[in-house]
Design a protein around this ligand. Structure first.
Ligand code: NAD
Ligand code: UPG
Length: 436
């Protein structure tokens, strides 16, 4: 099938590449000329595991091409994906300007039947808005479909190729049939394509993300309470998670959820509720608790250093909002580092992929280490913000030699408390006792 993807960020590029992988001819359009140039030269502009192999293979086969020209893109595809940003607006709502501006242009440019597929995360009623915007000028038939994306960064290719479900919101039989044909190769294992109305599809995405954010937040509160009463959140987590009604996944406490999705999507649903005079009280709490959780390590760090962080040298491991990505949007590390800098600490940081993005934001406010152990040279403490695999089994001897004091503040519960005690570390984590 002939596909056009507008917007080649995490979602658009993965969508375009994976659809090319099943034999479709895909043209990707992006407004960012530098990014398009890179992709034309065979360079994947983001870090996403396994994407490079598929990307190269499909470019080579001529099934995946890139352009800055929307005309060229719309000339090509019958199915047109919108994978455009929907960032948080000042009032917390989703900013629909990217989606609606492109829709306006689509209305002016299309000459034959197209299905416009909204893959961006958008509030209920957006498909109607997109339809009305295109209809103002369109000289041909078209349909608008809501097709929210559930991929996770770091697992995006796998999630796209083997989705647990595909949600399609459509009220057009013609468009639905095309969507079913397009996605047939991805649901061969029996996972469903769930067809529903557009509004329900739009809300499914916000409901799923908000539920997951609430699940994590609930566990973070349980973890904080564990510390008060001397329980161990790891044990509580396993005890809870084995109940299949609860499930084992997304119960890991830490220094809060971040990323380009949960924070903005929870806020957008909260705001959408308010617009209808509907108070999502649970979301109010999720947002408030998560904000507090991001700096939950700070009182522990300050307490350890007798409330004087001036001139203290602190090493930070992990800057990305989660492992296996270079994405730092709403990363808890940012809140932690800002709080520490404000208290007068000097920070040396390391992340396997996210350093360039952090450098753009923090510049010379931080020292940047070339390798994980380099960050520790002469540091008074280590703070861990992201659970990259390479941090999981460090050389404890080396750690002790490099740190001026063997103290670790772990925001992701990477290590066993008893092991740390035996190794002679002072070790603070989340929802567990402190090794001293
Ligand atoms: N990142 C994720 O894991 C994820 C997962 C599911 C859904 N989503 C949703 O998908 C949407 C896109 O997210 P993302 O993370 O891929 O965003 P992104 O910021 O990584 O990418 C967006 C791309 O759109 C391009 N763009 C902006 N304006 C354009 C225009 N007028 N024409 C063509 N291209 C334009 C940008 O240059 C950029 O390359 C958002 O609504 C997001 O909430 C994201
Ligand atoms: O048990 C857990 C699981 C996750 N997190 C944190 O939650 C955030 C989000 O993690 P994850 O969901 O793995 O990453 P995303 O790539 O943001 O993916 C989410 O957001 C995407 C964009 O909407 C959706 O498509 C995905 O389904 C949804 O999982 C990160 O900061 C994680 O550290 C925890 O603290 N504890």
């Amino acid at each position: 099938m002939k596909i056009t993807v507008i917007g080649t960020g995490y979602v658009g590029l993965v969508t375009g590449t994976c659809l090319a992988e099943t034999g479709n001819e895909v043209v990707c359009v992006d407004i960012d000329a530098e990014k398009v140039e890179k992709m034309k030269n065979g360079v994947v502009p983001i870090y996403e595991p396994h994407l490079d192999v598929l990307f190269e293979r499909n470019i080579e086969a001529g099934r995946l091409t890139f352009t800055t020209s929307l005309d060229e893109g719309l000339e090509h595809g019958q199915l047109v994906f919108l994978a455009l940003p929907t960032p948080e607006d000042e009032d917390g709502s989703a900013d629909l300007s990217y989606v609606l501006n492109v829709s306006e242009e689509i209305g002016q440019k299309i000459k034959e039947y197209k299905v416009i597929i909204d893959k961006s995360t958008v509030p209920v009623g957006t498909a109607e808005k997109v339809y009305a915007t295109i209809a103002k000028n369109a000289q041909c038939e078209f349909d608008v479909v809501s097709n929210p994306e559930f991929l996770r960064e770091g697992f995006a290719v796998d999630d796209f190729l083997k989705p647990e479900r595909i949600v399609v919101g459509s009220s057009s039989e013609r468009a639905t049939a095309l969507m079913q044909k397009l996605y047939a190769p991805f649901v061969r294992s029996g996972n469903p394509i769930i067809i529903m109305d557009e509004k329900s599809a739009e809300l499914t995405k916000y409901a799923a993300n908000s539920f997951l954010a609430a699940k994590i937040t609930f566990m973070n509160e349980i973890a904080n309470y564990c510390e008060k009463v001397g329980a161990d959140v790891d044990k509580v987590r396993v005890g809870m998670g084995t109940d299949s009604r609860i499930g084992k996944r997304f119960l890991f406490p830490g220094i809060g959820y971040g990323g380009s999705c949960f924070p903005k999507d929870v806020k957008a649903l909260q705001k959408a509720g308010r617009d209808e005079d509907f108070e999502f009280k649970i979301l109010d709490s999720v947002i408030e608790v998560n904000k507090r959780q991001k700096t939950i390590l700070l009182p522990k760090i300050e307490g350890y250093f007798n409330n004087d962080l001036k001139g203290k040298k602190i090493a930070i491991w992990g800057l990305a909002f989660k492992p296996e990505t270079d994405d730092i949007r709403e990363a808890p590390s940012i809140d932690v580092m800002n709080a520490l800098l404000e208290k007068g600490a000097t920070l040396t940081v390391f992340d396997p992929e996210a350093m360039p993005n952090i450098k753009k934001q923090f510049g010379n406010k931080l020292n940047y280490a070339n390798a994980m152990y380099d960050a520790l040279q002469g540091a008074d403490a280590l703070v861990i913000c992201t659970e990259w695999s390479i941090f999981r089994t460090p050389n404890y001897q080396k750690l002790k030699q490099l740190l001026s004091q063997p103290v670790i503040f772990d925001g992701r519960n990477l290590y066993n408390v008893e092991d740390m005690q035996a190794e002679g570390f002072t070790y603070y984590s989340i929802g567990r006792k402190t090794a001293k």
